[in-house]
Design a protein around this ligand. Structure first.
Ligand code: HEM
Length: 407
């Protein structure tokens, strides 16, 4: 459809827009077919079946737009910094409309199942390190080849402070895996509701940027589901591919932690898959076909590969992180984001990662890889955890942006 995007571009005097790459936002969507995923497969079990590409967040969007236009956002951010735990009262002094929205948005969905959440925690408890590594190298890296997401992140305020952004996203990955994620004392409800507010802010701000097409409101319900699939659906597919022991109740439980997260992020229940089978079907429809390289995504991927730089962790070097990314996401995606094959680690991963995971994650009768491979992978994961914990030690506060990225 490049011909069509060129035509649309010409209508808008495409040269300028083209130079910053926001162009294909104007193009017709990669999914030319009508929306066909049935709400019968959702946690709601029924629904309007409306195309999620034409829906955003009608509850959050007007409230946050009004906050940005008419209230003192830095003061509100400062007040909300102390709102951390699920069971905490909201700070005083928020605009009424915002307070009402948050009180509404922080309520768990009626279909929340505490038993499933507990089983989901068991899974994270046993395999937390591997799951965290997958959040970074499968989900995080994949976000750079999801064009809508890569562009929204690149052009929003946080795009400039990408390191900070990685830490905030790592917080969500951490919070969802804690014992009490959605209970009193946990932090996941707060993290989700704050993130929902950030997304609403981005919908308000980005269309005002000179380099963003004015009518292209980002982060539709479909975009949210696409990114959602880069997280739990992609993680579970890798866990199964690697043979990590995954009893049915833990598998369903892990899915449930993400179903609740989706709801709290403002995704309509009629789009949230009720089962892994439904998730796999929806992922094939919405995520797989949109994956593509963009200039913005390539820039973000190169930033992600530098994540180990500050800590002098030798195994988190750019070539080794690249090799992991190539191994997990495959050659096509690695080529798109300009990650070269690494001569030592790429073959080592291909031969020895499977046996290593089998031994590490407790597969009965697993045959270990060579000592050297075992040691290297163990040390890699140890350094990854060091990095991860250092990211989480900083005070992390998800805050409402007031502007787009300045170039
Ligand atoms: C911000 C998570 C979907 C674009 C954030 C933040 C989190 C997060 C934790 C706060 C971090 C920060 O403030 O930097 C998620 C999750 C998603 C999702 C779990 C889906 C399940 C999306 C989608 C897009 C998007 C679909 C775009 C198409 C952004 C942008 C920001 C943001 C632009 C703000 C960056 C800034 O600070 O300027 N998201 N997100 N997100 N997200 Fe998402």
């Amino acid at each position: 459809h490049s011909a069509v995007s060129r035509r649309d571009a010409l209508k808008l005097g495409g040269g300028v827009l083209g130079s910053v790459g926001a162009l294909s936002l104007l193009a017709p969507p990669a999914r030319a077919k009508p929306w066909t995923w049935s709400p019968a497969g959702s946690v709601a079990g029924s629904g309007s079946g409306k195309d999620p590409r034409t829906r955003w967040d009608p509850e959050a969007d007007p409230v946050i737009a009004n906050v940005i236009e008419h209230h003192d956002v830095p003061r509100i951010n400062a007040a909300l910094r102390s709102w951390v735990r699920n069971d905490q009262q909201l700070p005083a002094g928020l605009p009424n409309e915002l307070r009402d929205f948050i009180e509404y948005a922080r309520v768990l969905p009626p279909w929340t199942d505490q038993g499933k959440l507990a089983a989901g925690f068991e899974y994270t408890k046993k395999h937390g390190t591997i799951i965290s590594a997958l959040y970074a190298f499968a989900s995080g890296m994949m976000s750079t080849v999801i064009p809508h997401e890569a562009r929204a992140v690149y052009y929003s305020q946080g795009g400039k402070y990408f390191k900070d952004r990685i830490a905030k996203t790592a917080k969500l990955g951490y919070d969802i895996g804690t014992v009490n994620a959605y209970g009193p004392g946990g932090e996941m409800i707060v993290t989700c509701v704050k993130t929902r507010m950030i997304h609403a802010a981005v919908r308000h701000l980005l269309p005002q940027a000179p380099y963003w097409p004015a009518n292209a409101v980002p982060i539709s319900q479909e975009d949210l589901m696409i990114t959602w699939h880069s997280l739990p659906t992609t993680i579970m597919q890798n866990m199964l591919r690697w043979g990590v022991p995954t009893p049915a109740d833990e598998s369903v439980g892990y899915l449930h932690t993400w179903q609740v997260c989706g709801h709290l992020l403002g995704i309509r229940d009629e789009y949230i898959p009720a089962s892994w089978r439904q998730a796999d079907i929806q992922k094939r429809k919405v995520l797989t076909p949109v994956l593509a390289p963009t200039r913005e995504g390539k820039a973000l991927a190169q930033e992600l590969l530098k994540l180990g730089n500050d800590l002098d962790l030798t195994l988190l070097s750019k070539p080794i992180l690249g090799a992991f990314t190539r191994f997990i996401l495959g050659d096509r995606i690695a080529d798109w984001i300009d990650i070269p094959r690494e001569p030592v680690w790429s073959p080592l991963l291909e031969v020895s990662w499977g046996p290593y995971i089998a031994v590490r994650e407790g597969v009965l009768g697993a045959i270990p890889p060579t000592d050297n491979a075992y040691w290297l992978f163990d040390e890699f994961l140890r350094q990854f955890v060091l990095w991860y914990m250092s990211e989480l030690r900083m005070p992390i506060s998800i805050e409402i942006p007031t502007m787009n990225r300045k170039f």
